[in-house]
Design a protein around this ligand. Structure first.
Ligand code: SR1
Ligand code: MG
Length: 405
């Protein structure tokens, strides 16, 4: 019989004390459950005297956001922990360290990031981060390149693909991003005032074709080990430093999915600024930073990925003339399409973003929702024609201008 059960605060303290050499003998430990995400318990344990602390994350056997009617495999805790370990190995300054784990209890004990802020909250407050694009571009390039067939022996890569088969979490993405927004679904969640937009999503044949193509890529392409849920709530940040957390949606999929996630969440915040920045000049300045950062994320990713390819590719035909350019072009088009799909799901689907949902004024919130949907649709409808990242700048500006924003 499995020993699994949800941890209490007291049990978390016992677990924390068992980590060799971390807390002082006899230290007084304080424990709080701080999980505010959709799926897990998160315990923060702190030595009240020295302030030294750790995080214990435990998966629940169901989606916390919905309840026990939505069961989820506990194996996702192992998948998340192994992904964290691989990503930490590849980007030690950008990913928290795993101290210990217990797969039967679905528990991972890891570095605490209390000095950091969740990026989504900071962006809502209008903060900017000068090193973010460099950091996340490097994270994405290194984690995707080194887990792909470009850099791995094909047999070792296939064994790794097997370890990251993640059907429950992939199903969440398949349903919530690539299905529900385009049909009537009990999972969907949006205010009546944008019913016209939701109806348009359900009846737009050209959009359905593009989403079907994106969905097919998500279902079938085992290009690299993705983070799988790289939104700004999965990123901890300070002025100087960036840390990527929460890869429980990790699986082998299309590279553009992770890049698209970052861009989508920057652009959702950009749309949300309608409701956050009262002063127009100030708002435009911040929106320009968000848009430029979206482009920079791609540019940093591309530069680093090309460098890694030139220096480390083991694929026998990696240096065939033109291959690298075509590969990058495919990833760019995928990233733009996935960004659009991720924007749309956060407006009409089950799970939203605070950047838009917590806008206090209803009229401004509706404007932000409509802008996000229009940008999302334009990104999807144009993604297969795009040959340069500058196209995103053009799509966002044109869409906003057409909407009078
Ligand atoms: C039922 S889980 C809803 C969403 O939360 C996660 O962060 C993923 O984005 C997922 O789609
Ligand atoms: Mg998460």
């Amino acid at each position: 019989m499995s020993a699994y059960h949800p941890l209490t605060n007291e049990e978390s303290i016992v677990l924390a004390r068992a980590i060799p050499g971390f807390f002082r003998e006899g230290a007084e430990l304080d424990c709080r459950e701080i999980g505010d995400g959709n799926l897990n318990l998160v315990f923060h344990i702190r030595d009240t005297e020295s302030g030294k602390s750790i995080i214990i994350k435990q998966a629940l056997p169901y989606a916390k956001v919905v309840g026990e009617s939505w069961p989820l495999s506990l194996d996702r805790a192992r998948i998340e922990r192994e992904a964290l370990q691989i990503q930490h190995h590849l980007c030690s300054n950008l990913v928290p360290e795993v101290y210990s784990y217990d797969d039967e209890m679905a528990v991972t004990v890891m570095e605490d990031l209390s000095d950091f802020t969740i990026m989504r909250h900071a962006l809502i407050e209008g903060k900017t981060f000068p090193h973010f694009a460099d950091h996340i571009g490097a994270f994405i390039a290194r984690t995707l390149f080194f887990t792909s067939d470009l850099a791995m022996d094909p047999r070792a890569k296939k064994e790794q693909v097997q370890r990251f088969i993640n059907p429950d979490l992939c199903k969440i993405t398949e349903d919530l991003i690539f299905d529900d927004p385009y049909k009537l679904s009990d999972n969907n969640n949006y205010p009546a005032v944008i019913e016209d937009e939701a109806e348009a999503l359900r009846t737009d044949a050209a959009l359905h074709l593009e989403v079907a193509l994106l969905r097919e890529k998500f279902l079938t392409r085992t290009e690299a080990l993705l983070h799988g849920d790289l939104h700004t709530g999965s990123i901890f940040i300070t002025e100087e430093s960036t840390k990527v957390i929460d890869p429980e949606f990790a699986y082998y999929g299309p590279m553009g999915f992770d890049i698209g996630a970052v861009i989508a969440n920057l652009l959702l915040n950009l749309a949300g600024q309608i409701g956050w920045k009262a002063d127009e000049a100030d708002r435009r300045r911040h929106q320009n930073w968000l848009l430029q950062t979206s482009l920079d994320v791609w540019s940093k990713f591309e530069a680093e990925f090309r460098k890694l390819w030139d220096e480390h590719a083991v694929d026998p035909l990696a240096h065939a003339p033109g291959y690298q350019d075509l590969y990058i072009q495919k990833v760019l088009q995928d990233a733009v399409g996935f960004a659009g799909a991720k924007m749309i799901r956060r407006i009409v689907g089950l799970s939203h973003v605070a950047d838009i949902d917590t806008i206090p004024d209803e009229t401004q919130r509706e404007r932000a929702q409509r802008l996000a949907l229009s940008v999302g649709k334009a990104l999807i409808l144009n993604c297969r024609k795009i040959s340069s990242i500058a196209a995103i700048d053009d799509i966002v500006r044109t869409t906003a201008t057409d909407r009078g924003e």
